[in-house]
Design a protein around this ligand. Structure first.
Ligand SMILES: [Mg+2]
Length: 388
């Protein structure tokens, strides 16, 4: 079997981003598909196209060899190239699964579990104060079947230039961090805890905005809510900052969504800077690299909660990853009705959820295909690219 062509599609995701889909065609009529996510989507699409020069005419089943060569010959490697390599690597796994007639997780020695626990994002819903709206948003997610939710304590829209009346429009690690911000964040998380009860897991994502000192101040006040984890309490560049926060709190700390390859995770894991890592299969280097990172984490009893604010194929690939590693914790999923509806329209058959868990797809490869009609409907729509 030989690779004959590579095609990339940008598909509007019903929110403020594109899903980046890749198709790799072969001379045996098997097409592998994948999805990656990043805010510089046009640049990523170009980067994926640039890998064709190496891949055309190659045997698509030699996945590990292709990863290594694409990584090493890149010379300048970074998140964009690793995201492009992830797109290729995952499409190759889909081809291999389809050529052998089995789901990818079978090829990886799985499944390690039959259902994949997921969590959804809390966004404000209805009327009232911000805390009341968040509580209603969390309740809605529980009504839709989720058993775990994640929230941002600093207001949903601060990054989009719409300042929440409660919070400064920008919170940076070097800034003064008023007690009022801590009190309001605490109020919001408390309202969500009260709304969902003691048995629904809550995670809080600081989105890498605070200094270690401020993250500890806020983290200490949130201990009472028995969070599953606090995510990205400090910016990701300095692992020692994470170590300070982790050692100061009893709440587990999670980080890693912006890191790529085993080398990116090396220091974080060697220092046991966190209790949970959240690699994203669409950036880290694909399925094999995510599994290697998970294996490194396993050696330190660190669990894996894959980052996945993505669409249907990335979610499917993350499910296969989760089904193939022993130290899986929980998978992120966009749970808003419009997000799930768009994903179910573009990816077919849609993933099924029961009791807050996604069921394993049973078809060959990912078990989820791109719906060409839906893809054409949402391709290249106007959008405004925004950070993170
Ligand atoms: Mg995050």
């Amino acid at each position: 079997m030989k690779i004959t062509s590579i095609k990339t599609h940008l598909c509007h995701n019903a929110g403020h981003r594109y899903w980046i889909f890749t198709e790799i065609h072969t001379d045996e009529g098997i097409t592998g598909v994948s999805e990656v996510g990043m805010n510089q989507e046009k640049t990523v699409a170009t980067a994926i196209g640039s890998l064709a020069e190496y891949l055309l005419g190659k045997d698509p089943t030699r996945i590990e060899e292709h990863f290594e060569k694409l990584y090493r010959t890149g010379y300048w490697v970074g998140t964009i190239r690793c995201t492009a390599i992830s797109a290729v690597e995952m499409a190759l796994w889909d081809i291999l699964g389809k050529s052998l007639g089995v789901p990818v997780y079978r090829l990886l020695g799985g499944p390690t579990r039959d259902q994949i626990a997921v969590y959804a994002h809390v966004v404000p819903e209805g009327e009232g104060t911000r805390s009341q709206k968040l509580a209603q948003g969390a309740k809605l997610m529980v009504e839709r079947g989720y058993r775990a939710v994640k929230m941002d304590p600093f207001g949903r829209d601060y990054r989009r230039g719409v300042s929440d009346p409660h919070f400064p429009p920008y919170i940076k690690e070097t800034e003064h961090f008023p007690n009022q911000v801590i009190d309001l964040a605490c109020q919001d998380v408390g309202a969500v805890r009260e709304a969902v009860g003691p048995n629904v897991d809550i995670m809080v994502d600081f989105h890498g905005k605070l200094s270690p000192a401020n993250a500890i101040r806020l983290g200490e006040t949130l201990e009472q809510f028995r969070l599953l984890f606090i995510e990205d309490p400090v910016p990701p560049e300095n692992v020692d900052g994470l170590v300070l926060v982790s050692r100061a709190l009893s709440t587990p700390v999670c980080a890693g969504e912006r890191l790529v390859t085993v080398y990116g995770f090396r220091e974080l894991l060697n220092k046991q800077a966190v209790a949970v890592i959240n690699p994203d299969v669409t950036n880290v280097g694909g399925i094999s690299e995510a599994r290697k990172v998970a294996a490194m984490a396993k050696a330190s009893y660190i669990t894996v909660a894959p980052h996945n604010p993505n669409g249907p194929l990335a979610t499917a690939a993350s499910v296969h990853l989760a089904a193939s590693i022993p130290n899986f914790l929980m998978l992120e999923r966009r749970g808003l009705i419009e997000d799930v509806a768009r994903a179910d329209e573009v990816g077919s058959p849609p993933l099924q959820m029961q009791d807050g868990k996604l069921l394993l797809p049973t078809g060959p490869g990912w078990g989820v295909e791109l719906n060409a009609e839906a893809l054409a409907r949402y391709a290249n729509q106007e959008f405004s690219s925004e950070p993170l």
